[in-house]
Write a protein that binds this ligand. Structure first.
Ligand code: ATP
Ligand code: MG
Length: 228
C-alpha cells in the first residue's frame, strides 16, 4: 500500500473512532498521552496500553504537541508527527488521536489542552499519563496547580529515572498542590525518540522499536536523514 493510502486509511479510522467517542453520553474514563512523538515508538504504545488495562480506562487520547514550549531544538514537522501517531494507533480501538495541539499556532501548554477537553467533552474523567521524567519536571509547566485540579496524573516508571526520586517528588507534589498522582510500575522499555533519531541518523536499524508502518513512513519521507 502506498504511504498516501496508509495515511488516509489511518485518518479515516481515527475519524470513525472519534465520532463514536463523541456520541458517548455516559461518564467515561479517558487517559491522555501527550508528547512530541518525534517519532512515536513502542514504549509510548506499551505504556498507554498497560495503563489503560490496569486502570480500566475507556479510551486513550494521543495528543501530539504543536510547538512544545520546552523543546527548543528543531523538531520534525507537526503533521508528520501527527501522521505517524495515527498510523501507529490505527489498529487499537481504544486509541484515538486528537489534533487540537497541532492546530494551535502558538506554543502549546497542557493546561490549555485540559481546559479545551473539559469544555468539549463534558462527561470525561481525565487521567493524564506521564513518564517518570515528565512528572519530575512538572513544576516547570504553566499553571501547575490548575493542571492538578483538572486531572488525575499517572506517572509511569521509565528506565534511567530513579524510583526513589520519583516517589519523593510525588509525595511533595501531593502536599504542595493537593495533587492526585498515582505512580505505577510499567514493564520497562529503555527506548526514547532521541535514541531512535540517533539510530536513524547513523543508519542503524529501528526495526521492532517502532511499528513497521511508522518505519515505512520515516523511510518514505526521509525523516531523520534516514540512510544518509
Ligand atoms: P524524546 O527523546 O524526543 O524526549 P521521548 O521518547 O521522551 O522523546 P516524548 O514524546 O518526549 O518521547 O514523551 C511523551 C511521553 O511518553 C512522556 O510522558 C514520556 O515521559 C513518555 N515516555 C517516553 N518514552 C517512555 C518510556 N520508554 N517509558 C515510559 N514512558 C515513556
Ligand atoms: Mg521526552
Amino acid at each position: 500500500m502506498s504511504i498516501e493510502n496508509l495515511i488516509k486509511r489511518a485518518e479515516d479510522k481515527n475519524t470513525r473512532k472519534l465520532k463514536n467517542f463523541e456520541n458517548k453520553s455516559k461518564n467515561i474514563k479517558v487517559g491522555i498521552m501527550g508528547g512530541t512523538f518525534d517519532p512515536i515508538h513502542y514504549a509510548h504504545l506499551a505504556t498507554a496500553e498497560f495503563i489503560r488495562d490496569r486502570y480500566k480506562l475507556d479510551k486513550i487520547l494521543f495528543i501530539p504537541s504543536g510547538t512544545p514550549p520546552h523543546k527548543s531544538e528543531s523538531i520534525t514537522n507537526k503533521f508528520d508527527r501527527y501522521n505517524m501517531v495515527n498510523i501507529a494507533t490505527e489498529n487499537n480501538e481504544h486509541f484515538l488521536v486528537l489534533d487540537l495541539e497541532i492546530k494551535r499556532n502558538k506554543k502549546t501548554y497542557t493546561i490549555d489542552t485540559l481546559k479545551d477537553l473539559k469544555k468539549t467533552y463534558k462527561n470525561i474523567d481525565i487521567y493524564f499519563i506521564t513518564g517518570a521524567d515528565a512528572i519530575c519536571d512538572i513544576e516547570t509547566w504553566k499553571d501547575v496547580e490548575e493542571n492538578f485540579k483538572l486531572a488525575t496524573f499517572i506517572a509511569a516508571t521509565r528506565p534511567g529515572i530513579s524510583l526513589l526520586k520519583v516517589q519523593e517528588k510525588i509525595a511533595s507534589l501531593k502536599i504542595k498542590y493537593n495533587a492526585n498522582i498515582i505512580d505505577v510500575y510499567v514493564p520497562s522499555l529503555d527506548i526514547s525518540s532521541t535514541y531512535i533519531r540517533n539510530q536513524l541518523k547513523e543508519n542503524h536499524s529501528v526495526r521492532y522499536l517502532v511499528p513497521e508502518n511508522v518505519e515505512n513512513y520515516i523511510k518514505y519521507k526521509m525523516l531523520y536523514r534516514y540512510g544518509e
